[in-house]
Design a protein. Structure first.
Lengths: 468, 344
């Protein structure tokens, strides 16, 4: 029960709970807003009303998701000050204004144009409406960029020096373009696309399976499949690159992710432990199934490349091992399964099963797409757990420890706020599911009734023709 | 660039001040509309109130995020001390923002209109209350030693901060009522004028009390009144505040519907500048030991310059598209503003 009286641990749990919960929403906001831009542009280009109906249907889900994303996002920014004030003062020289930039460039753009996108249809031209939707999408993507810049800087803090408990920035560009940034930004942004496309495809699959609005949802299903062909392999490639960046810059994190304890001697390869049970107390794996030289090959592209083991570092500098090791494997399995589902769907498409007459017969395939919704979220969350638990025991990697970063507040105060979050967030989640179910159960609105058009006059024989 | 170096912290103080003012006025009237909605007679009326801010409360709230982020960047030590010492009011504010924020969308989708209408109203009240206590707690002085907060979790709670919170709530109600005068018609507008009068009298009374109390407990501020030129500036802005109040009461009786809101915003601007001159250069008043000044709280000159360069480009862009949006949604609330994109 010691843990309940430790305010630092409670602050860490609170941050983990609020961050893992918050990130569920922006991923869909970012991906879905891009999908809405595509739909609206297609409608404008082709004049096909189906795209407009699609935009209206997905906008309803978008807005519901956006709402929960925003209200759970605000506590993230303020928690750095309330619970991690030592870190705020130490890293504020860089970290603070990046959050400021995120608000100024991304959130403001998103929030302002959202008003026009949702409420301005009658007040602006279609072209302007498309522009507003594009700005909402751009705002979402920019917010992902800036928050990943901030996060990656905690992993690879560059661009200045650490002195007297403060990081002083001397080169802002070097800090923004820190070594982890390109991989962090791209891996997360593509994760947003991947999760969103499986949400779009999965929801469409539900309708296709039920045989409701088949023609309508076959369109969005196929769009999701086409995107998946590019996105699922791309994400695995980015993950591989991200892993090699970790290998270069964060050796203790890599050691934990791969349960790799001993540095391989020169001339020998480091094995890749596919499955193992790491024991941090004994500094070894109790059992393991490995591929000889696998880790060296993966990371250095050479059979005998040197990979430093965890025992090269003092125990107090090592992260927890069990959690990153298994979280990483969950992410890998999730991403791999999504790729397999994509390949499976392509085979079905080649057989000609992706037509309104035959799609409902592919029940298993459609069920797999529905299951891919939670799976893609799970993979994304597991990725975050791998990333941030692997960073421990550091807040700023190698410079400032997590347990030195927290505000000295009473456990009771943090406990009370943690308890409130633990009640409010599940409530929000339940309400989201309730309303989302309601939106999905109702489905897209029926074909809009044909507007009486003065230019179309009925002829006696019932054939309509334009009068001009 | 050399010449602005010594003034960077002051420039940033002014920019942050602008963010704070913009937030306080715009989200102030949103929150005020929320508090007024608690007293709505029926659901249709509450719907009108919510529709009046529905397309724009979101970007007003974002100014709080902008304020938080830029404060974190430009004055990291201020940010870290103030947020950690005001832990309880800040967290309460965040939960209030959650209830207000989800209310619009959930109300549109739910059959329980009253429940989500009240979530909007009481969420707004909670946010205002928490902001009032946070502001009162800060002005009441924080116990800071060696750059760390050393007071208790409830250090912000005092008779003084309670008075400030009461003043902020009535100020927000006054703003909200003035906004409704501008945006609505008929019965709602008529009642908003009455609300505005009551709230403005209350706000006037409380601000005079807060002003006197602050000057009394804050000798550095009292001394400013006798200093030159600060004393003259403070007297000047106080006079402007009084004139704006007089004009405000006049505009409430007759004149265009935008009058009360405009004068209200000017009252806030003038009194804000007045208090800022009195406080400067202190950022955190501290009656036990030395206060934290603007220059002690600031980030490194390199960071301030970098942020300034970015802000000089970004801020006009933000103001431009905000102005465009206000232009799009000008005039009274329309039927079609009720979210046609999301409601079939």
């Amino acid at each position: 029960m010691d843990s309940l009286t430790n305010p630092i641990l409670l602050s860490r749990i609170q941050f983990a709970v609020t961050a893992l919960f918050h990130i569920l929403w922006p991923v869909l906001t970012i991906g879905l807003s891009i999908f809405l831009v595509i739909l609206e542009a297609l409608h404008m280009k082709t004049g096909n009303e189906e795209y407009r109906r699609h935009a209206r249907f997905w906008t309803r889900l978008f807005l519901l998701n956006f709402t929960v994303g925003v209200v759970t996002g605000i506590p993230m920014e303020f928690q750095f000050g309330t619970n991690w004030s030592v870190f705020s003062a130490a890293g504020g020289d860089f970290f603070g204004h990046i959050l400021g930039f995120e608000a100024a460039m991304a959130f403001m753009l998103e929030a302002t144009f959202l008003g026009i996108m949702i409420f301005g249809r009658e007040r602006v031209s279609p072209r302007m409406h498309l522009f507003a939707t594009s700005m909402v999408a751009l705002g979402g993507t920019l917010s992902a960029f800036w928050i990943m810049v901030a996060s990656s800087w905690m992993h690879t803090p560059t661009g200045g020096y650490f002195e007297n408990g403060r990081f002083v920035i001397t080169d802002h560009m070097a800090a923004v373009f820190n070594p982890d940034m390109p991989w962090g930004v791209s891996h997360m942004w593509v994760a947003c696309l991947e999760t969103s496309l499986f949400v779009i495809g999965g929801i469409s699959a539900w309708y296709l399976k039920k045989g409701r609005f088949t023609d309508f949802f076959l369109r969005s299903f196929k769009m999701a499949v086409i995107a998946a062909i590019v996105v699922t392999p791309l994400q695995i490639w980015l993950g591989d690159g991200s892993g090699r960046a970790v290998y270069e810059h964060q050796p203790t994190k890599l050691g934990a992710i791969e349960a790799h304890w001993q540095t391989n001697p020169p001339g020998e390869g480091a094995p890749w432990k596919i499955l193992a049970w790491p024991d941090r107390a004994q500094q070894k794996n109790l059992w393991e199934i490995d591929i000889p030289c696998g880790l060296s090959l993966l990371l250095t592209h050479s059979a005998t490349g040197r990979v430093r083991g965890l025992t090269d570092f003092p125990k107090e500098d090592q992260p927890p091992v069990l959690v990153p090791y298994y979280a990483f494997r969950v992410m890998l399995a999730g991403g791999g399964t999504l790729l397999l589902i994509t390949i499976w769907t392509l085979l079905a498409w080649r057989k000609g099963d992706l037509t309104s007459g035959r799609i409902a017969g592919r029940k298993r395939l459609l069920t797999a797409w529905m299951a891919a919704i939670p799976l893609s979220y799970l993979a994304m969350e597991a990725g975050w757990v791998t990333r941030e638990v692997g960073r421990q025991p550091w807040m700023l990697y190698g410079l400032l420890r997590t347990h030195d970063s927290a505000t000295s507040i009473h456990a009771a105060t943090v406990g009370a706020s943690l308890l409130t979050f633990s009640v409010v967030y599940p409530l929000l989640f339940a309400l989201f599911l309730l309303f989302a179910r309601q939106i999905i159960a109702r489905g897209p609105e029926e074909e809009p009734p044909r507007m009486p058009d003065s230019r179309v006059a009925p002829r006696p024989n019932g054939i309509h023709t334009k009068t001009d | 660039m050399e010449s602005i170096q010594p003034h960077l912290a002051d420039i940033w103080l002014a920019i942050i001040g602008f963010f704070l003012l913009y937030y306080a006025v715009t989200d102030g009237f949103d929150l005020g509309v929320g508090i007024i909605s608690i007293f709505s007679r029926n659901d249709a009326e509450r719907g009108v109130l919510m529709a009046s801010i529905e397309n724009t409360w979101h970007d007003h709230q974002t100014w709080l995020l902008l304020l938080g982020g830029m404060l974190f960047g430009a004055f990291p030590r201020f940010y870290s001390i103030v947020l950690s010492s005001l832990y309880i009011p800040i967290l309460v504010m965040l939960f209030g923002l959650i209830f207000r924020g989800v209310a619009f969308e959930f109300r549109a989708l739910s059959h329980r209109k009253l429940l989500w209408g009240l979530s909007f109203g009481f969420g707004s009240l909670l946010v205002s209350l928490a902001q009032g206590f946070a502001l009162g707690g800060l002005f009441g002085g924080l116990t800071v030693q060696q750059g760390k907060f050393e007071g208790g979790a409830w250090g912000w709670l005092s008779p003084y901060s309670t008075l400030v919170a009461a003043g902020l709530i009535s100020g927000y109600v006054m703003l909200g009522a003035n906004y409704l005068i501008l945006k609505t018609n008929g019965d709602v507008r008529k009642r908003s004028r009455r609300y505005s009068l009551a709230a403005s009298l209350c706000t006037l009374f409380v601000s005079v009390c807060v002003h006197a109390w602050t000057t009394a407990k804050y000798p550095r501020m009292a001394a400013k009144w006798l200093a030159s030129p600060e004393g003259y500036f403070m007297a000047g802005f106080l006079a402007l505040t009084v004139i704006a109040f007089v004009m405000f009461f006049r505009s409430l009786r007759k004149g265009p519907d935008y009058g009360p809101l405009v004068w209200n915003a000017l009252i806030i601007l003038f009194s804000f500048v007045d208090v800022s001159i009195g406080m400067y250069p202190d950022m955190i008043p501290n009656f036990a030991s030395a206060p934290m000044t603007v220059h002690e709280a600031a980030a490194s000159p390199g960071t301030l310059t970098f942020m300034l360069a970015a802000t000089v480009i970004l801020l006009p862009v933000i103001l431009a598209y905000t102005a465009y949006k206000n232009h799009v949604f000008r005039g009274k609330v329309r039927e079609s503003d009720d979210g046609i994109e999301c409601k079939p």
